[in-house]
Design a protein around this ligand. Structure first.
Ligand code: NAD
Length: 235
């Protein structure tokens, strides 16, 4: 008897996959970091110095995410599950992959719609509505912080992401500048024989490596095209 296992597709997404949903990327012009300095809003030091400002920054981000909708790229990635085992690994803190219906989503950098205890990282809560406020506390009585991996903090999900990537038959990176580490190093763990694709209008072959096929299109255009090809031609 011959058993044929489903092909595994690992999709690694960055801010660019959500750009067409109206959520700003970090480094493009008009991006978030032109309006806010990383060290004021997205580091453990910023949290110690001015938690109110940090909470307000993420409250604004959360409001924006809640009003955004999944775009054609998120929806196409869900479709891939018709034929493949699909694991999404995202650097994004939004929940647009989940809302598009993707069933396996690993968040490397946290989730904007969750909060966690500032003394026990195991205590994680869903945030009801838009705001997390000064005085909102965990079960142990300490202030809740955004469930976000800040610059300078370790990335606890990295090990799991590496393992998933090392088992990929197809590895697709979408909308990422490949400048934030350790996340960007994930590309190195895709097996030699895997099909590797990078979709980004400003994709750089230097950063991705020569074994990557580059599709220099937006996610909304490039992802549905690739998904269509995989569903029809890849076995
Ligand atoms: P980045 O801002 O560094 O890079 C964005 C990339 O997306 C660029 O390479 C750009 O060319 C590309 N891009 C822009 N528009 C695109 C489109 N329509 N389709 C496809 N690609 C497009 O973002 P990054 O590489 O994800 O890394 C930076 C950090 O930004 C991550 O840690 C992530 O957590 C965070 N971030 C998340 C969100 C979100 O949750 N939606 C938004 C902004 C930033």
């Amino acid at each position: 008897m011959h058993f044929c296992r489903m092909k595994r597709i690992v999709v690694f997404t960055g801010a660019g996959v959500s750009a067409e949903s109206g959520i700003k990327t970090f480094r493009d012009s008009g991006g978030l970091w032109e309006e806010h300095r990383i060290e004021d809003v997205a580091t453990p030091e910023a949290w110690r110095r001015n938690p109110g400002l940090v909470l307000e920054f993420y409250n604004q981000r959360r409001k924006q995410v809640l009003s955004a909708m999944p775009n054609a790229a998120h929806l196409a990635l869900k479709q891939l599950e018709e034929k493949f085992e699909v694991q999404i690994i995202t650097q994004n803190i939004d929940d647009l992959h989940e809302r598009a219906g993707s069933s396996k989503v690993l968040h490397l950098h946290g989730e904007i719609r969750k909060a966690r205890s500032s003394i026990d990282p195991g205590l994680v809560y869903d945030i009801e509505g838009e705001s997390l406020l000064t005085g909102d506390c965990c079960a142990l009585g300490s202030q809740l912080r955004p469930h976000i991996v800040w610059f300078g903090e370790s990335v606890p999900a990295m090990e799991e992401a590496i393992l998933m990537t090392s088992e990929a038959d197809v590895f697709i990176a979408i909308g990422t500048s490949l400048e934030v580490y350790p996340a960007a190093s994930l590309l190195l763990y895709a097996p030699e024989q895997a099909m590797k694709v990078l979709i980004d209008p400003r994709a750089s072959r230097d950063k991705a490596g020569k074994e990557f096929t580059i599709i220099a299109k937006t996610a909304g255009e490039g992802v549905p095209e690739l998904v269509h090809k995989l569903l029809n031609n890849y076995v």
